[in-house]
Design a protein around this ligand. Structure first.
Ligand SMILES: [Zn+2]
Ligand SMILES: [Zn+2]
Length: 460
């Protein structure tokens, strides 16, 4: 039987939000600084609009967001009191911008994404995510300055969210630990309703090849080893396995090549797949079952399988209830509406984000805000569609992004000003971990052996 090895990397923090706990009631109805935040954000409207439009008009793929990196860092360098570091920790298109308050205090952070999709441009609206992070951080610093507040606000430029996991690299490099962040704020555009709760899957991705042996397909087919058949068998095995999957297990993928000539037994076939599950523990179990399907193709045909797990698995997003409640308070005060929190926080998961990995380590929220076409209609397609790309550059979408950012600035200022809030927020996160009884922090590696299928699985 063919020998092959699998490298499975990615954070496997084995806890998920407890859905049984009660949603934290709003701490207070105080939105004391919201008018000042709002006024300030409106005063920088044109600058931020230009940044959003420029990023949208210049889509760049993950880790190649050179123009966006340059645009955002140049802009932040021109702001009073900000200390900007380009290409943070040698991650070329990442950056940090730090504003120090009047002394020691909570460290609130915002993340800006700015990568685009192959062939689709800014069809995930990351130009708007860049806008929200930038605006939220600036507005927070403005209040800190005015009120002479202790603490710190940091804007991180977090590249390559689409598939490559820029934030996972940043986490593993120790950036968020070294900057001692207390909370991590970000937001994402959507074609669904506004909500503080983003619910995403844990996910990992893999690429594979089957190696067979060519032979004349008519004269001597018995001399061949059919690599295409191996892949077809595996694909069908996965199809049958779906019946035994949990409702929250997913797998989807593409066959990227079979043979090249109809009269030659194919000696090479290739494919890529993405596996998703409700949390890292389920992803681990589901992945092991999927790998056996690929093994089956190899066993039946004799083709050799080479399977590579891509680096940077994503963990499910864990939303902090206290921060979610705070954002909702500000968002509603700005004229927005949010769903009932009890239902909203347990709604169906969809998609995946590398902010999930951060959220398992640091208290975080990623509100989703609905975007619109220029005429006010909601785009008929969601993220990763051409319709969404069009909506991501409309003025109405930008206005909603600013409203979202004002809400996040409200959250940040609340954490900076309300006595004990940062402790409560962190305590909630620790409680979620404790509830699952697992304290793994996603660092360090262990090697597991899975008989017959995989030689080495590296988890971290
Ligand atoms: Zn996306
Ligand atoms: Zn996205």
């Amino acid at each position: 039987m063919a020998k092959y090895s699998v490298l499975l990397t990615g954070i496997l923090a084995l806890w998920t939000p407890s859905v049984s706990g009660s949603v934290v009631a709003r701490q207070n109805n105080n939105t004391a600084y919201l008018d000042a935040i709002s006024e300030y954000v409106d005063s920088i409207y044109d600058d931020i609009w230009n940044i959003s439009q420029t990023i949208h008009a210049n889509p760049e793929l993950g880790f190649k967001e050179v123009k966006a990196h340059d645009l955002l860092t140049s802009f932040m360098e021109a702001q009073d009191g900000w200390n900007v570091t380009r290409s943070l920790y040698n991650i070329s298109t990442s950056f940090s911008a730090v504003f120090e308050g009047s002394g020691d205090g909570p460290v609130v952070s915002f993340n800006s994404e700015y990568d685009a999709l192959p062939n689709l441009g800014h069809a995930c609206g990351h130009n708007l995510i860049a806008t929200v992070g930038l605006t939220g951080a600036l507005a927070t610093a403005k209040i800190m300055k005015e009120q002479d507040l202790p603490g710190k606000v940091i804007l991180f430029g977090t590249p390559a969210e689409e598939s490559l996991g820029g934030k996972v690299d940043m986490l593993e490099a120790g950036i968020f630990d070294d900057y001692k962040i207390d909370i991590s704020l970000i937001a994402h555009p959507s074609n669904g309703p506004d909500t503080p709760y983003m619910r995403t899957f844990s996910t990992s991705r893999l690429d594979l090849e089957y190696y067979g042996k060519t032979a004349h397909a008519s004269a001597a087919p018995y001399e061949g080893i059919n690599a295409q058949d191996a892949l077809v068998l595996a694909y069908n095995a996965i199809g049958l396995l779906r019946q035994q999957s949990q409702r929250t297990d997913q797998i989807h993928g593409i066959i990227t090549s079979g043979g090249t000539s109809i009269n030659v037994i194919p000696d090479l076939s290739t494919a890529s797949f993405q596996i998703r599950a409700q949390d890292d523990a389920d992803l681990d179990a589901w992945t092991k079952r999927i790998l056996k399907c690929f093994d089956a193709g190899s066993v039946a045909t004799g083709a050799e399988l080479n399977l590579t797990m891509r680096e940077n698995s994503y963990s499910a997003m864990l939303s902090n209830d206290i921060l979610a409640s705070s954002w909702s308070k500000y968002f509603v005060a700005l004229g927005g509406t949010v769903p009932d929190a009890q239902l909203d926080r347990i709604k169906q998961q969809g998609g995946s984000t590398d902010q999930g990995n951060i959220s398992q380590r640091f208290a975080s929220i990623q509100p989703q805000f609905q975007i619109y076409n220029e005429n006010g209609s909601v785009p008929t397609g969601g993220p990763h569609t051409a319709q969404f790309e069009v909506a991501a550059k409309s003025k109405k979408s930008f206005d909603k992004a600013l409203m979202t950012a004002k809400g996040l600035a409200g959250v940040a200022v609340e954490v900076l000003t309300v006595e004990g809030m940062v402790d409560s927020v962190k305590k909630e996160l620790e409680g979620v971990e404790g509830a699952r009884g697992r304290k793994r922090r996603g660092v360090g590696r262990e090697i597991r052996k899975v008989k017959g299928v995989v030689d080495d699985l590296h988890f971290h």
